[in-house]
Design a protein around this ligand. Structure first.
Ligand code: CA2
Length: 141
């Protein structure tokens, strides 16, 4: 089984800013953590990060995978285009947020892309990605 792991705007600089919200670990640390778990599960992961909405949509449309884990970053709160692409993929999607968006500013409580996901995990840090991976691996495909 192949799972596409997408991270959206600003997540390429994880670990370098606002550590009180996002922690001190980098995107490379996250990828290493997930790769370890994926090996144990017998799942193949494909990692992509972009600051651009259109690039994320292109990957959703073209990257081969049976399921998607996505942290759309702030695009979660307003991108109907990204929501359409996720819905259009017909694949099981789990949306992950490192921080608990519901304990933050009201603008972050609006979750547009979440409606296109099977489920959403918010506030568990990198553990949220691991939980998403475990769940999707169980679904198989
Ligand atoms: O909690 C999350 O994972 C977020 O998706 C992160 C997004 C934010 O806009 C969402 O509301 C929640 C990106 C925040 C800025 O990215 C940074 C990355 C590294 C260091 C500082 C900020």
């Amino acid at each position: 089984m192949k799972i596409l792991v997408l991270n959206g705007p600003n997540l390429g600089t994880l670990g370098r800013r606002e550590p009180e919200i996002y922690g001190t670990k980098t995107l490379a640390d996250l990828e290493q953590l997930l790769t370890g778990r994926a090996k144990a599960l017998g799942v193949e992961l494909r990692f992509r990060q972009s600051n651009h909405e259109g690039q994320l949509i292109d990957w959703i449309e073209t990257e081969p995978s049976e399921a998607i884990i996505i942290n759309p970053g702030a695009l979660s709160h307003y991108s109907l285009a990204l929501a359409d692409a996720l819905r259009g993929s017909g694949k099981p999607v789990v949306e992950v947020h490192i921080s608990n968006v519901f304990s933050r500013e009201p603008d972050r409580h609006r979750m547009v892309t979440a409606a296109a996901a099977k489920g959403v995990i918010s506030g568990l840090g990198f553990e949220g990605y691991l939980a998403a991976l475990d769940y999707l691996a169980k679904l198989g495909g």
